[in-house]
Ligand binder design. Structure first.
Ligand code: M6R
Length: 611
């Protein structure tokens, strides 16, 4: 998704901006651009379609030099990926703007500006912003007033970076809905969509709030709130590790991140377990007292994080008897939800910046319909963490591949910690907590043993290369694991995949079964194994070809129609975490064989900061 980097300094900023864009590459984008104000107080701009490297090449051939500048990676929303649609956008060579988000009323604004004689050179919603600012400068307003008047007319979610030849030493930044952070250097100031973009130049950050308007020069950093009152926002020192882009022995980040799961889980558990209990590891005041009052749980998330929520709901109701509902954020945010008594509102997100999840949290906060909010997140300083009453962090380390892997399994780990803490807060079932603790401790080693099946799974994946469709099956808490397997396959290998609870087969999907469509099932030896085996027989009897990840103890026989990867005997409670791993590898190798862009699949972004 779009990324913004800006700088105002006492040294040339192009390299800082370019480095920042490189650091935002993980978010997914299709074009990039940079604009600076040069020594003659003129705007110089360079844009390129494709990778930041293509922009760097252009800058190498024709460098732009200036002490104030903005830059951008674009993920197309309005208008195809093309140089004319890439940011920064200019008006009259006097204003340049970069934008993340969507201007919902751009059509109307565009028509008004066209009537005033503005010529549009792009199909973007952003271009209205730059012309609107220019139209106010034309009326002799100051840059600050021109931007203020402009944002007052914008509807939607956005983050903006603005520079102008009218005030060549100033950088203006606005945050309304889309993330934006200010980085503080010595006599220099930066803006970025996240802290990663600026870690090379500073570790001191100010996290902007919605409605914040910043006027930044080398000497001054003025932040105004939504009522245009000057405010002091706290300065925070980042503890985020500056991640290495070293792939080591791996060809793709996704593969590396799949293999990092034992370490990521170990790090997530670090210092949080005692012999028979979980240490209070949720951040926020009075958390255990609040957990003791919880009578219902609502989980809201998107994509892979949503699947983690679905698995957690099985666990939550089974182990705590607390009713737990799960919903995708884009639905939850727009519907009237019947209030539940003493509800803990849990958001799950790898990035902590997902627009729909943030909006769902905002909605329940405004309605005051919840007991408390808790975010489970992999990014400490993210918007979601800052907006929630409580937070429980995963320690997966930065996840660069667009397909989420280690963030998902570590989310499942902390969801078990949450369940244990709920039990502890309510003074219930010490034996159950002990069981959770013991099983979690075994997890890293069990996952190591699954990763040893890498080459076996690679062989299996070869049979998927020419497939157009796939069906994933699971039962109980393995049904969301099947959903996650299907999502992984479709997003990186572009094979259409669906997941079904195996018991539902005969209610429709059985009609699809033939020798062509692979049917993948996860089969741990739980109380549902005999039911699942009957479902698999139904498939076999209709000529379906099965690819199974099955516990040996389930005694399923392999033959030319049934391909099996044997799984170890493991505790039921951690089985969803363990069975996820071979499905990740299956998708990974299928995508590699198909030659897709594994880490940056088409049309997708790592951090989905627009609705
Ligand atoms: O950062 P989040 O966990 O909130 O992201 C949610 C989804 O966008 C994300 O899980 C997406 O589905 C991934 N591409 C899945 O691999």
């Amino acid at each position: 998704m779009c990324g913004i980097v800006g700088a105002v300094a006492q040294r040339p900023v192009s390299e800082i901006l370019l480095e920042g864009l490189h650091r935002l590459e993980y978010r997914g984008y299709d074009s990039a651009g940079i604009a600076v104000i040069n020594a003659e107080k003129k705007i110089e701009r360079v844009r390129a379609v494709g990778r930041v490297a293509a922009l760097a090449e252009k800058l190498n051939e024709a460098p732009v030099v200036g002490f104030v500048g903005i830059s951008h990676t674009r993920w197309a929303t309005h208008g195809e990926p093309a140089e004319r649609n890439a940011h920064p956008h200019l008006s009259q060579q006097r204003v340049a703007v970069v934008h993340n988000g969507i201007i919902e009323n751009h059509q109307l604004l565009r028509e008004n500006l066209q009537q005033k004689g503005y010529q549009f050179t792009s199909d973007t919603d952003t271009e209205v912003v730059v012309h609107l600012i220019d139209s106010y400068l034309e009326q002799s307003l100051s840059l600050v007033d021109a931007v203020r008047k402009t944002v007052a007319q914008l509807e939607g979610a956005y983050a903006l970076g603005v520079i102008s030849t009218e005030e060549p030493d100033t950088l203006i930044a606005v945050r309304q809905g889309s993330p934006l952070v200010v980085g503080l250097g010595l006599g220099e100031t930066f803006i970025g969509s996240d802290v990663q973009a600026m870690l090379r130049v500073t570790r001191q950050f100010v996290y902007l709030e919605n409605g914040d308007f910043c006027v930044l020069t080398c000497e001054q950093r003025c932040i105004y709130d939504k009522d245009f009152q000057l405010v002091e926002r706290p300065v925070k020192e980042s503890t985020v590790g500056s991640f290495s882009s070293d792939l080591g022995q791996y060809s793709h980040y996704m593969h590396k991140e799949i293999f990092e799961q034992p370490i990521a889980i170990q790090a997530t558990l670090e210092g949080r377990l005692e012999a028979h209990k979980v240490k209070p590891c949720i951040r926020g005041e009075g958390v255990m007292e609040t957990l003791a009052e919880v009578e219902s749980v609502q989980i809201v998330a998107c994509g892979t994080s949503y699947h983690a929520g679905l698995i957690a709901a099985y666990w939550m109701e089974e182990l705590t008897n607390i009713p737990c509902r799960v919903e995708v954020a884009s639905e939850y945010r727009y519907r009237r939800c019947a209030p539940h008594k003493n509800m803990l509102f849990v958001t799950l997100s790898q990035s902590g910046e997902t627009a729909d999840t943030l909006a769902a949290l905002e909605k329940v906060k405004q309605e005051k319909s919840i007991l408390a909010s808790l975010s489970i997140c992999n990014v400490d300083e993210s918007s979601l963490v800052r907006e929630s009453d409580f937070s429980l962090l995963t320690a997966a380390g930065p996840e660069i591949g667009v397909a989420s892997t280690k963030a998902f399994t570590t989310q499942l780990v902390v969801l078990q910690l949450l369940i244990a803490l709920l039990l502890q807060a309510k003074g219930e079932a010490e034996s159950m907590v002990t069981q959770i603790v013991e099983d979690l401790k075994k997890l890293p080693i069990i996952i190591e043993s699954i990763l040893e099946k890498d080459s076996q799974i690679k062989q299996m994946a070869e049979q998927f290369i020419d497939k157009n469709n796939a069906l994933f099956l699971g039962r109980g808490d393995q049904y969301p694991v099947a959903m996650e397997g299907a999502l992984k396959l479709k997003e990186i290998s572009y094979i259409h995949a669906e997941a079904y609870p195996a018991g539902e087969l005969k209610h429709g999907p059985l009609a699809l079964v033939d020798g062509e469509m692979p049917i993948i099932a996860v089969a741990p030896n739980t109380h549902l194994i005999e039911k699942l085996k009957s479902n698999l027989e139904e498939v076999r009897a209709r000529g379906g070809v099965l690819y199974l990840f099955a516990d040996q103890a389930a005694e399923i026989q392999a033959d030319e129609q049934v391909h099996i990867i044997n799984m170890p005997n493991i505790p039921d409670l951690i089985a969803p975490i363990v069975y996820t791993v071979p499905l990740q590898l299956l998708s990974y190798y299928t995508a590699v064989f198909k030659g897709t862009d594994v880490d940056k699949p088409r049309n997708l972004a790592k951090s989905v900061t627009v609705e």
